[in-house]
Design a protein around this ligand. Structure first.
Ligand code: SF4
Length: 314
């Protein structure tokens, strides 16, 4: 009597497992790389103690190979590209050429750059600003002594930040501020400066330890001295602990980085976008959950600053 029931239960469990595997396979195969962070260089002129994308190689692709890869990604569904590093403005010619290419040739909805701000020149924004939607500048403190202790420059970070905010307003670029919340700044009140600067978005990240980047004395940086607890982070700003696995990162060899620490994919030029995506894990659900599809196109009025706006309709 109990044997047929047990067999039936076993059959049901096997069927459910197969269905779940098929569903996972289907979902992974249909991933679309809507938003990509292209870290085209690991070199940087700053020495932040917690940096998690360190100068472990000096490799950079040629503009022509980078464009081929970006074209493939656009064909696969990329709508937003963020240039990051290292410090992207170490290579203004490469950066400017690719920004223009992304807007004028690929017609991406949003092109942005994350930078420490120190090397930005007004002439660059005058020339390429029309093709740049968002400029995100890192600022961890309005106290220059803290910036120097972190490794962010020699004491002129805040002045430059105000200068960049003005240039953004002048050239119609959305100005954003990124802050890494860490042991040295987690009790700082930044509200006065933020309300003066009026970024369209201020994003706070909890300092992150990444294996092979900043996790030991042997890596180029050791971020352990900068760690804060989740509670300390939550006290500083709205928790956004989904960062680690929800960004799709294209590295300096045009490979996707796996967000669980496995080997990177092959180059998208060699294996194609679909195969490269399939071989790595990134948390697409977490990307959507953290508001990855927020309004990323600059307004027609080309104004900068003010309140954040509602999500894209689509
Ligand atoms: S500015 Fe950014 S890339 Fe440069 S050292 Fe600091 S965290 Fe790393």
């Amino acid at each position: 009597m109990w044997l047929p029931a047990l067999l039936l239960l076993l059959l049901l469990l096997i069927t459910l497992t197969i269905l779940r595997l098929l569903h996972t396979h289907h979902t992974r195969r249909n991933q679309i790389p809507i938003s990509i962070n292209y870290h085209f260089t690991r070199r940087c002129n700053y020495t932040c103690g917690f940096c998690f994308h360190t100068a472990s190689t000096s490799h950079m692709e040629t503009p022509s190979r980078a464009k081929d890869a970006l074209r493939l990604l656009a064909q696969a569904g990329m709508k937003k590209l963020n240039f990051a590093g290292g410090e992207p403005f170490l290579y203004p010619k490469f950066l400017g050429e690719l920004i223009d290419f992304c807007k004028q040739d690929l017609h991406l909805e949003s092109v942005s750059v994350v930078t420490n701000g120190s090397l930005i020149k007004e002439s660059f924004l005058r020339k390429h600003g029309k093709n740049l939607d968002i400029l995100a500048v890192s600022c961890d403190s309005f106290n220059e002594a803290t910036n120097v202790r972190i490794g962010r420059g020699t004491g002129d970070q805040v002045k430059k930040l105000y200068q960049i905010a003005e240039w953004c307003a002048k050239y119609g670029i959305l100005f954003k501020v990124n802050t890494v919340v860490n042991r040295l700044n987690h009790t700082e009140d930044m509200n006065v400066h933020l309300s003066e600067l009026k970024p369209f978005r201020w994003k706070c990240f909890q300092v992150l330890i990444v294996e092979g980047e900043n996790d030991t004395k042997q890596t180029l940086r050791n971020g352990h001295d900068f760690i804060i607890s989740d509670e300390e982070f939550a006290q500083f700003c709205e928790a956004q602990g989904l960062m680690a696995k929800s960004y799709l990162i294209l590295d300096e060899y045009l490979r996707f980085l796996d967000r669980t620490g496995k080997q990177p994919s092959g180059s998208v030029l060699e294996v194609g976008v679909k195969k490269a995506l399939e071989s790595v894990f990134w948390d697409e659900d977490a990307f959507l959950e953290r508001g990855g599809l927020y309004d990323w196109v600059k307004p027609e009025s080309k104004a900068c600053g003010g309140e954040g706006r509602e999500s894209l309709a689509w």
